[in-house]
Design a protein around this ligand. Structure first.
Ligand code: GRG
Length: 294
């Protein structure tokens, strides 16, 4: 196993352990909400955002341990967004990560509340974080709020819903995906760097990397969605196209989407240059993320 693969296994294990203890156990009343929170949070995602957060911390001289509260907070926001995105009033999905979606198992009311509770708990974690010099818990909280709020994730989701079945511009396509996918990836990287006390210059480097990585990741996701099976993806494929969603393959076709994915991958790698050898793990993660099949 390569040094990077060993790092990845170790870091993912540390993330899983931290996530398990970051939400109340089933013995906390009411058990139903904690069961639903744990079902979605601990159901085997790729943990890309927490791992990027930890790698960014190390690239800036910090530690995985120091970045862990922020890494868990970002994953909780991600888990909340997936629960809500799968609801009948949004994408109406039955399958996520190869398992029934939260509302299919627990009913809509508990699923909505599990998402709300995970989002709330994410900010509680950050409020208790003790980052290094330059930043405090309020800075971390503001960063995550910016990414998750109505100028970030939610902006992307609303623009996505409003674009459905309509003729839209290339700018609208980029806006939706830079917000829906890019904002949380950028926040994961910046929060990791902030936990390490990184300079504003370093944060800007990671932000540029996250922006390009987010676009490459989303284009790749759209391509996978239109070319892979439910078994590989762990979710129902082709739903976006069927719903008239504004995706990269729908707008540009598969061939051009593949070129764009390669272009933004190149931009992401280029953005890491100022980090020199400190950016090695992030570079390896970008290659892994963009070579994935689910
Ligand atoms: C606030 C309801 C709400 C939604 C915000 C994030 C989002 C918008 C919706 C979630 C669905 C979606 C298609 C998001 C785009 C980003 C993306 C491809 C998410 C899947 O991320 P992975 O592949 O998932 O990292 P795992 O399962 O590995 O954690």
């Amino acid at each position: 196993m390569s040094g990077f693969n060993r790092w990845l296994v170790r870091t993912r294990q540390a993330v899983e352990k931290a996530l398990r203890s970051a939400v109340p156990p089933l013995s906390t009343r009411p058990a139903s909400i904690h069961r639903a929170m744990r079902y979605s949070l601990l159901s085997g995602g790729k943990r890309l955002r927490p791992v990027l957060c930890c790698a960014a911390a190390e690239a800036c001289g910090g530690t995985v341990r120091g970045a862990m509260p922020a890494a868990c907070a970002v994953e909780m926001v991600h888990a909340y967004s997936l629960i809500h995105d799968d609801l009948p009033c949004m994408d109406d999905d039955d399958l996520r990560r190869g398992k029934p979606t939260s509302h299919k198992v627990f009913g809509e009311a508990v699923a909505v509340l599990a998402g709300d509770a995970l989002l709330t708990q994410a900010f509680a974690l950050l409020a208790a974080a003790r980052p290094r010099a330059r930043y405090d818990a309020a800075d971390l909280t503001a960063e995550l709020a910016r990414a998750a709020g109505s100028r970030g994730l939610i902006a992307g989701q609303v623009a996505d819903i409003e674009a459905e079945g309509r003729e839209c511009s290339e700018a609208a396509l980029y806006f939706i995906h830079a917000a829906k996918t890019g904002m949380l990836l950028r926040a994961a990287l910046k929060l990791g760097a902030m936990c390490a006390g990184a300079t504003a210059g370093r944060l800007a480097v990671l932000d540029r990397f996250g922006f390009a990585l987010g676009l490459a990741f989303q284009i790749q996701d759209d391509i996978l969605d239109s070319t892979q099976s439910a078994g590989t993806l762990g979710k129902t494929p082709g739903k976006d196209a069927a719903a008239g969603k504004l995706t990269f393959p729908a707008f540009f076709g598969l061939e051009r989407s593949r070129e764009l994915s390669a272009y933004w991958t190149g931009e992401a790698v280029q953005a890491l240059r100022p980090l020199g050898t400190c950016g090695e793990t992030l570079r390896a993660l970008a290659a892994l993320i963009l070579g994935r099949d689910h």
